[in-house]
Design a protein around this ligand. Structure first.
Ligand code: NAP
Length: 341
């Protein structure tokens, strides 16, 4: 349980990665009450220096005793590290907010988006899971629609940026783009195919049902976060040659009658959402405008001309911020607020 304190000892596991670096940036920018900060990564990075609040912080190797005296640990070091070190961190007395998929679907572990279901965090949570990035930005928009009109079915196609696969994928897109423009050959490394100037309908591994693991995360996590196992979700997840921010085309069918106009009004008042929907002036959400922003942007809200009680929209958000680091810090902020009454 988090105690009411003026400042908290914080650890970031995976601090040298794309999400970990963003966590440090967001903790600083939002003035999170950090007393001491430990930045942890693999042995490869031990001794390197990161910056927090203008001062250098030395990276330590993530070890079993890394969490002594730590109140809150933000994990973004991959599922294997979370599975091994997460329970040890909890044993040391700290609360773990985990970005990996290791614990998301475990029954007793809350899967939290603060705008949607913070009430699912019990009084002594141990581990709290941060959902998958493509799911977070979708459920922030689905929640008000579900509350008002009861969602029956969601059909979603994603256009996911390479930063969703971490720093090495950001480097690979940059490298491939430069080489191809220089007329040189490229050899794919992070992805099974060249990602520059391409779209790859394959994120994470394929499962027996023909869907990818990323697609099934969108199905299962959406149901868990919205607390409704009856919601049907039909996803296709695609990696595109964009550096930051995921875009999604979403079709939603509801039980109660709804119109695009009503949804537009509803979403205009939704927490964490910004409606950008002026197609006449070419204004709609874009990956380049969502990057480095906290909000989930939604636009192109229109009635589905092929189906009653259904709408289409386009939703974009920064996957490293709302899709990962910001959501985790918001969970930590919620815990602090709750501890302080
Ligand atoms: N990128 C996203 O948009 C996103 C969104 C939601 C969730 N996530 C999840 O967040 C996690 C990190 O993703 P990322 O994109 O930041 O990846 P990344 O850029 O590849 O960074 C991985 C980080 O984990 C550290 N690490 C790897 N293995 C480790 C080990 N055995 N012990 C200690 N540290 C280890 C790395 O340290 P070194 O630098 O020393 O190798 C690095 O700091 C993953 O679980 C990912 O699924 C990512």
């Amino acid at each position: 349980m988090l105690l009411n304190k003026e400042q908290y000892n914080v650890a970031v596991a995976g601090a040298t990665g794309a999400v970990g670096r963003k966590m440090l940036e967001i903790l600083e920018e939002r003035g999170f009450p950090v007393g001491s900060l430990k930045v942890l990564a693999s042995a490869r990075s031990a001794g390197k220096t990161l910056t927090f609040r203008g001062s250098p912080v030395t990276v330590e190797e993530l070890k079993e005793n890394s969490f002594e005296g730590v109140d809150i640990a933000l994990f973004s070091a991959g599922s294997d590290a979370s599975r091994h070190f997460g329970p040890l961190a909890v044993k040391s007395g700290c609360i773990v907010i985990d970005n990996s998929s290791a614990f998301r679907m475990e029954e007793n572990i809350p899967l939290v988006v603060p705008e949607v279901n913070p009430e699912t965090i019990g009084s002594d949570p141990g581990i709290i899971a941060n959902p998958n990035c493509s799911t977070i930005q979708m459920v922030v928009v689905l929640k008000p629609i579900h509350d008002r009109f009861k969602i029956k079915r969601v059909v979603v196609s994603t256009y996911q940026s390479v930063s969703g696969s971490g720093q090495k994928a950001i480097d690979e897109l940059e490298d491939q783009t430069k080489k191809l423009l220089d007329g040189k050959a490229v050899i794919p490394n992070v992805y099974p195919h060249q990602i520059a100037f391409n779209c790859v309908p394959h994120i994470d591994i394929f499962l027996d049902n023909g869907y990818t693991k990323e697609e099934m995360k969108m199905v299962n996590e959406t149901r868990k976060i919205l607390g409704d196992p009856s919601i049907l979700v039909s996803p296709t997840t695609v990696r595109v040659p964009v550096f930051y921010s995921h875009s999604e085309s979403v079709n939603v069918e509801t039980e109660k009658p709804m119109s695009a106009r009503e949804v537009q009004e509803l979403l205009s008042n939704a927490v964490g959402v910004q409606v950008v929907d002026n197609p006449e002036d070419c204004e709609y959400p874009l990956a380049i405008s969502a990057t480095d922003r906290d909000e989930v942007f939604v636009g192109r809200i229109r009635d589905d001309i092929s189906c009653k009680n259904a709408i289409n929209f386009w939703v974009v958000s920064d996957n490293l911020r709302k899709g990962a680091a910001l959501n985790a810090v918001q969970i930590a902020e919620y815990l602090v607020q709750r501890a302080r009454g």
